[in-house]
Design a protein around this ligand. Sequence first.
Ligand SMILES: Cc1ncc(COP(=O)(O)O)c(C=O)c1O
Length: 318
Amino acid sequence: MLATKIRDALAPCSLAAWPTPLEAQPALARALGLQALWLKREDLMGGNKVRGLEFLLSHAPSRSVFVTVGGSGSTHCLATARHARAQGFRTAVAVFPQPETDASLTVGAAMAATADRVFRASSLVTLPWAVLRAWRAAHRLGGGGAGGGGKPRWIPGGGADPRAVVGHFLAALELNSQLDAPPDTIVVPLGTGGTAAGIALGTAWLGWATQVVGVRVAPRLAANRWRTVRLAHRAEALLRRSGVELTVPRSAIHVRVVNAMGRGYGHPTAEGERARALAAEHHVRIDPTYGAKAFSFFLGRADVRVQRAVFWHTFAWP
Ligand SMILES: Cc1ncc(COP(=O)(O)O)c(C=O)c1O
């Protein structure tokens, strides 16, 4: 089985129990005028970032200190701090301000309580300085790096790294075993692209005609089609280098990017809040930064071919 081969070849650490449930939502589907809607409940296993962290935290020497970056309510930073700690590592994170919502404040507080050091930039402009301070702090936390000390190890913002994409590729394989027939559409929030990249690589490998819709919730510089497809190709190349035979025609990897960011990353939008309210009526709790904006895709959809859809539910409330 491919998933086993991949795990044997890359030896990720184990941070959660897979698969995440796939939940049918017939009433919500009816409310949206869809034939069928399923939620891929990544939120129940700590959120989408955990998949990538299984690969990003593996093989690190003891006393390593992970350095990463994100918004002040970044679930990526929180998940990194939490799982690094559970594996015996430490973290220093650099964060930039994002709008205060119930979700971002809760995540920010949990992050501050979990990461070893948090460096707050006053704006995106001063973020590189905060990253530098985090890096230096990581060096000190690790004991200098020389003579057996733990070295700082960089994880890109959002965990957007080909190794992490492999984790999301495995999620797509999981989905295949949970459905009788491919969905016509998979909707996922697009932040830094790794999640959508893994799903798109998975659907391409499965030979599905499914469209993967990445709903852009962050600036185009971070969230774009080019970067997402490139991440998918780099993950495929990594798998091949690791001895996993994987043939996916280059042209088979498709991601459709739809913009729902509104005023900016983390700023709630009217459409997003409408989507959030509708989901809440059906006891589905989504966050304003990712889930709500991505879910709003279903409200405004003009495309009647979207009938059997999977929504990637990514945000885990701490
Ligand atoms: C809750 C949540 N959903 C979705 C995303 C988007 O994932 P990606 O950065 O892989 O595009 C993120 C990460 O930024 C996230 O924290």
